[in-house]
Ligand binder design. Structure first.
Ligand SMILES: *[C@@H]1O[C@H](CO)[C@@H](O)[C@H](O)[C@H]1NC(C)=O
Ligand SMILES: *[C@@H]1O[C@H](CO)[C@@H](O)[C@H](O)[C@H]1NC(C)=O
Ligand SMILES: CC(=O)N[C@H]1CO[C@H](CO)[C@@H](O)[C@@H]1O
Length: 376
């Protein structure tokens, strides 16, 4: 994500290339570029307006409610204001999320953690901080995924819905591909800016035949979820680009994609009228509350998290104990996911470091989640 300050031009005269100043690649001896390539380099400004940039900044977030730099007074003031009322605010957010998740409070907690997750670093190829959520036992109607994503789009600055139908998988281009004739990159659905939320609705999946492209597309989705990377196809070679996309999967029963956190939804309400159910969320939200939630989500994501030595020791000892009791129910992966949970839980209280209470809560949430998985 980049912010440009410049002059937008739709003037055709400025779009013409002067042959004298043609870039080198055009000047290779004896090489006549095909007409597609020339057109791709100089599309009419009615199609592609020109931006003459004076300044460009790489953005850490694109939320207009918050300054880019945490060191400013405005940023600190906003943080302190929300910090003071965090318990009330978090309570209000939980009510809204619980309503959106059909009365399931545990799912609402995990949903909040998911909304605050983002990749903050990498250990080798392993992305740290991601928390993709697999909500199984979701209502089987395309309306649910759509309305849930519209609701999320109201809270987040970037989100996207991808219905996982056989047709979409077989026909959509998920990864960008180079078109050598036009000498340009054709964009793909997974070419998403940092910190986008991607909702994959698997409940729309019907039995059918995945073609070769569809199989590759499924692999591309799996790579995004597991490794947070998107492989661009340059035909003669492939190039990985790192991604930072929070993926939530809505599935009916068993899903076919990997995820960090699986949670079977226990719906307490099953609305007849989906639109009415979701519009109740909007009517319950004042402009002031909405502004607070939007600020809160971006602020929480920006927090630099760390563990105190004391808590690190407690957590390590706990891991050893849990392994002693049942080594199968606490694998290294489980432990990693538990560490993610406590990290995001702390961020959700705008805390940069967890307390013992939060650690206990993370463990309880996790065992409640596992209890649900084994009972379904
Ligand atoms: C979702 O959960 C199912 C059921 O346990 C599991 O088989 C699948 O791997 C998970 N998929 C995703 C998308 O996380
Ligand atoms: C987190 O740490 C980085 C690197 O030290 C710093 O640039 C950034 O401003 C910090 N973020 C916040 C929200 O304090
Ligand atoms: C990543 C990938 O291989 N994507 C494929 C998805 O499906 C489309 C349509 O079949 C193919 O063109 C893509 O190559």
């Amino acid at each position: 994500m980049v912010e440009f300050i410049g002059i937008l031009s739709v003037d055709p005269a400025l779009a013409q290339f002067n042959p004298e100043n043609q870039p080198e690649e055009f000047g290779v001896e004896g090489y006549q570029p095909p007409v597609e390539e020339i057109n791709a380099h100089a599309p009419p400004p009615s199609l592609v307006p020109r931006l003459h940039a004076v300044l460009c900044n790489k953005l850490t977030h694109n939320n207009p409610l918050l300054p880019q730099i945490p060191d400013t007074d405005e940023y600190k003031t906003k943080f302190q204001q929300l910090e003071q009322e965090i318990d009330t605010l978090r309570g209000r957010i939980m009510e809204l999320l619980e309503h959106a998740l059909l009365g399931d409070s545990l799912a609402a907690e995990f949903f909040l953690l998911h909304l605050l997750s983002s990749v903050y670093g990498r250990a080798d190829v392993m992305p740290l901080g991601k928390f993709s959520l697999n909500l199984s036992h979701c209502p089987v109607t395309p309306k649910y995924g759509q309305l849930l994503q519209v609701f999320m789009a109201g809270l987040l600055s970037q989100s996207h819905l991808l219905p996982l139908s056989i047709e979409n998988m077989n026909t959509l281009r998920l990864c960008p591909e180079k078109d050598y004739t036009a000498n340009r990159l054709k964009s793909g659905v997974l070419q998403l800016p940092e910190r986008t939320s991607l909702v994959i609705d698997e409940t729309v999946l019907q039995p059918g035949q995945l073609e070769a492209g569809g199989v590759k597309n499924m692999t591309a989705l799996g790579n995004l979820i597991s490794w947070q990377k998107v492989e661009y196809d340059f035909s003669y070679h492939r190039q990985d680009f790192m991604a930072n996309v929070a993926v939530m999967i809505l599935s009916e029963a068993k899903s076919i994609l990997p995820s960090d956190c699986l949670l079977p939804l226990e719906a307490k309400i099953m609305p007849e009228d989906w639109i009415a159910h979701f519009s109740m969320l909007e009517s319950g939200m004042t402009a002031e509350l909405l502004t607070k939630i939007r600020t809160y989500i971006t602020l929480a994501k920006q927090i630099n998290y760390s563990l105190t030595d004391e808590l690190q020791k407690i957590i390590q000892d706990d891991f050893v104990d849990m392994r002693k009791v049942d080594s199968k129910s606490m694998t290294v992966d489980d432990f990693h996911s538990l560490l993610c949970t406590v990290r995001l839980l702390s961020l959700s209280y705008l805390k940069s470091t967890p307390t013992q209470t939060l650690w206990r809560r993370a463990k309880n949430m996790d065992s409640e989640r596992k209890r649900r998985i084994s009972s379904t």
